[in-house]
Design a protein. Sequence first.
Length: 146
Amino acid sequence: MLDICVMEITYHISQIDKVAAHLWREHKDKRIWAFYAPMGAGKTTLIKELCSKVLGCKDVVSSPTFAIVNEYISPEEGSIYHMDWYRLSDEQEIVAAGVEETLNSGARCFVEWPERAPLLLPEDALLLQIDILPADERRVFDKSPE
């Protein structure tokens, strides 16, 4: 069962395609999306669905844990940047990796582990929290300040 409320979506992991499509419809005006979630919650899986199925990227979408930033090309959006800040310890290290330039490029950016440097995110970034629930379910909600 897909349960959609105004502020949150509870879903089974097999419904990730519907979740990605819904999030895109509701938030496509947001250029930077930040994904807060524990390890294994499905951040990369959701970003893969957004890029491949919703935005039509033909590139192989994978976690940029070691590369820090992956670029994908969408026929609709042009360049999309997928960042993973997990291996970076703090804001200084993230800036040194060149991530700040990418965030300010004007392109769509999906950021995993943004809690490593939350001050680098613009005020209008979409902040999504993903929680792990029992029975392969997840809950995603917008935790952006109002």
